[in-house]
Design a protein around this ligand. Structure first.
Ligand SMILES: NC(=O)c1ccc[n+]([C@@H]2O[C@H](COP(=O)([O-])OP(=O)(O)OC[C@H]3O[C@@H](n4cnc5c(N)ncnc54)[C@H](OP(=O)(O)O)[C@@H]3O)[C@@H](O)[C@H]2O)c1
Length: 313
């Protein structure tokens, strides 16, 4: 194993929560339960120490099984791993927050959770249905609860000691400001889509000023077209530095001060994504100046309807 000083081990202290979040995170948005379990175990064994989960992914139990198996084998301790999970849109009513959190925690088979996020700022009709629709197939939103009311319920979870930090996901700057201004416990983490095709510099600047960690999802562009990993600027840097395009993009994310999430069900890619080392300042600047494409791959931020979850299970 490499010396514990590389990018792969970098941690960002949480200003508004306890502890520190490893910059390099592994996402568990994996539709197949068997693949979820295998990938989570492989990622832990490879060295990933930060895992991103959600009740919406419907696989917290498989993630929990994989973690438990690895912890029980004795090589990795629970305390070494940072685990985030998220509240889904049908649970925004304050009285639904704690039961949803407890259900996630139990599926993950953990005593506590390091970070709990509001998955999107959109409240859906309260109930068990994660994707409530009317007769015309339109999403049924819930106008009876505000994001700040939901946030207050998350603050209470921190007070009760079952989660160490709280945050938001899929918010724009305006929504984030609204919560920051009203919060007693400020968001420790904001999870949004971000990569060189969607750098979100303005949001990142605001997060820096407020001591909030920007956690970038789809860090490799989610393997969608236009393919970030085929971008000529990225490929040229990768060739020059004898790295893969994925390693260049992930190093860029850590070096500009964000945490990130990447996902793979392929063991050699999990290894590749973990094998990070710094890229030089001129490469950082080249990505900022020369990558001109701008794409948002995930539409969840506009509607609350997940863009990357392929099918209901
Ligand atoms: N908060 C939210 O609303 C939200 C939304 C989306 C995602 N997320 C989180 O962010 C995580 C990461 O998002 P993402 O899945 O879009 O991540 P991503 O890493 O950008 O994309 C994953 C895709 O890239 C491929 N890939 C991974 N490593 C590669 C490599 N080294 N070379 C070439 N291709 C590679 C994977 O293929 P294989 O698996 O086939 O190897 C997979 O198809 C999710 O799992 C989830 O936890 C959160």
């Amino acid at each position: 194993m490499a010396a514990p000083d590389g990018l792969r081990y970098q941690k960002i202290p949480l200003t508004h929560g306890s502890g520190a979040i490893p910059a390099l995170g592994f996402g568990t948005l994996i539709p197949d339960p068997v693949a979820t379990r295998q990938a989570t175990k492989a990622a832990l064994e490879t060295g990933f120490r930060h895992f991103d989960c959600s009740e919406r992914y419907r696989n917290e139990r498989e993630v929990g099984d994989a973690m438990r198996e690895v912890f029980e084998a004795g090589k990795i301790r629970r305390q070494e791993v940072f685990v985030t999970t998220k509240l889904w849109n049908n649970n925004h009513r304050p009285e639904r927050v704690k039961p949803a959190f407890e259900a996630s925690r139990q599926r993950l088979q953990l005593e506590d959770v390091d970070c709990y996020l509001v998955h999107t700022p959109f409240a859906f009709q309260p109930g068990e249905e994660q994707d409530p629709r009317d007769g015309q197939g339109q999403v049924i939103y819930d106008s009876g609860v505000t994001l700040v009311e939901t946030w207050r319920a998350l603050e209470r979870l921190v007070d009760e000691g079952r989660c160490k930090a709280i945050g938001l996901s899929n918010v724009n700057l305006e929504k984030l400001r609204e919560v920051v201004d009203a919060a007693r416990i400020k968001p420790a983490v904001v999870e949004v889509e971000s990569h060189p095709y969607l750098p979100e510099w303005e949001l990142l600047d605001y997060c820096r000023q407020q001591g909030i960690v920007l956690l970038a999802f789809a860090a490799l562009g989610h393997a969608m077209e236009p393919r970030l990993l085929d971008d000529p600027v990225i490929v040229a840097i990768a060739n020059r530095l004898s790295k893969t395009p994925a390693q260049v993009v992930l190093a860029w994310a850590v070096q500009r001060g964000t945490a990130l999430l990447t996902t793979s069900v392929t063991p050699n890619r999990i290894q590749e994504n973990f094998e990070l080392s710094p890229i030089p300042e001129d490469a950082m600047q080249e990505i900022r100046d020369k990558v001109a494409t701008r794409v948002r791959f995930n539409t969840v931020v506009g509607t609350g309807v997940p863009g990357f979850i392929p099918r209901a299970r």
